[in-house]
Design a protein around this ligand. Structure first.
Ligand code: AMP
Length: 276
């Protein structure tokens, strides 16, 4: 495996069938599932590890974001990744002039995580645009764990005609049902166990919605009550339902729905979703 830090060195690599998995590191089985898919579907695979400052809000966890580069590089070697791209912040963001920035529509920014993380998806669009121009992959792999991000990246590629195919990969869970996330490392083992109640509440809400055919009344209150009953220390930031293109809906069409939530638990923000 080649470990690359400089932008020009990464740009000098010219491969037709290159798969790419952008990450912020502290890799877990969710990341591994994307990496394995890329290794399988492409002649070469590049994985980037970069905690992107521009997608974090002022009071978010940029400074504390979990890191373990040695462990991550070992994992990438074991997975037969060809290039580990570990850019440094100074090179990616030299004296930012801020001449150009990507704006995201108000409609998108009113939904799900975007509403509670102003500027987040603009930051995601910025780093993805930069990474795609540096790595120039044919295929890029994104987890459906971050469903709104997947939609944003697909829109970016479509609207700016970027020559990359975006491939969405299933959300991977721990055996308890908790969605895997680097941020789970902030929780101790018993909190982690308790956090599986998010998945249980989502599943219960999904089943209730399917059972009461099309009726969306009070689903948010219902979810908040489910969470309060199992984990009183959790605070529901949002629970929202859309179709899979993130359009508002007024009735359930099985097979076309996204149910997404964000929960605060011991100062950790956890997101999860179900496609049903
Ligand atoms: P991150 O390092 O959190 O920026 O994630 C890098 C990529 O891995 C993103 O495309 C995420 O959606 C994906 N990912 C993170 N957690 C999971 C998971 N539990 N299942 C599937 N994909 C995931």
């Amino acid at each position: 495996m080649q470990i690359i830090h400089s932008v020009s060195e990464m740009q000098a690599i010219k491969i037709n069938s290159l798969g790419f998995v952008p990450t912020m590191g502290y890799l877990h089985a969710g990341h591994v599932s994307l990496i394995r898919r890329s290794v399988k579907e492409n002649i070469k695979t590049a994985v980037s590890i970069f905690v992107n400052p521009t997608q974090f809000g002022k009071n978010e966890d940029f400074d504390n974001y979990p890191k373990n580069l040695t462990q991550d590089l070992n994992l990438l070697k074991n997975e037969k990744v060809d290039y580990a791209f570990i850019p440094n912040q100074k090179e990616l963001y030299p004296e930012i002039k801020n001449l150009f920035s990507l704006k995201i529509s108000n409609n998108f920014n009113k939904k799900l995580c975007a509403k509670y993380r102003p500027g987040h998806f603009e930051g995601v669009a910025q780093i993805i645009m930069k990474l795609f121009n540096i790595v120039r992959p044919e295929n890029a792999y994104f987890g459906l764990k971050d469903y709104q991000q997947f939609i944003a990246v697909k829109a970016l590629v479509e609207e700016y005609n970027l020559p990359v195919k975006i491939i969405g990969c299933d959300l991977i869970r721990e055996t308890s049902g908790l969605a895997m996330s680097s941020r789970n490392a902030y929780l101790n083992p018993s909190q982690r166990k308790e956090a599986s109640s998010i998945y249980q509440a989502l599943t219960k809400l999904q089943n209730d919605l399917l059972a009461r055919a099309a009726n969306l009344n009070n689903y948010q209150e219902h979810f908040v009550a489910l969470i309060a009953a199992s984990s009183p220390e959790m605070e529901v930031q949002y629970i929202e339902i859309y179709d899979r293109e993130l359009n508002k809906i007024n009735k359930i069409i099985p097979g076309k729905m996204l149910l997404g939530c964000a929960i605060w638990f011991h100062n950790v923000r956890l997101i999860d979703n179900l496609l049903f």
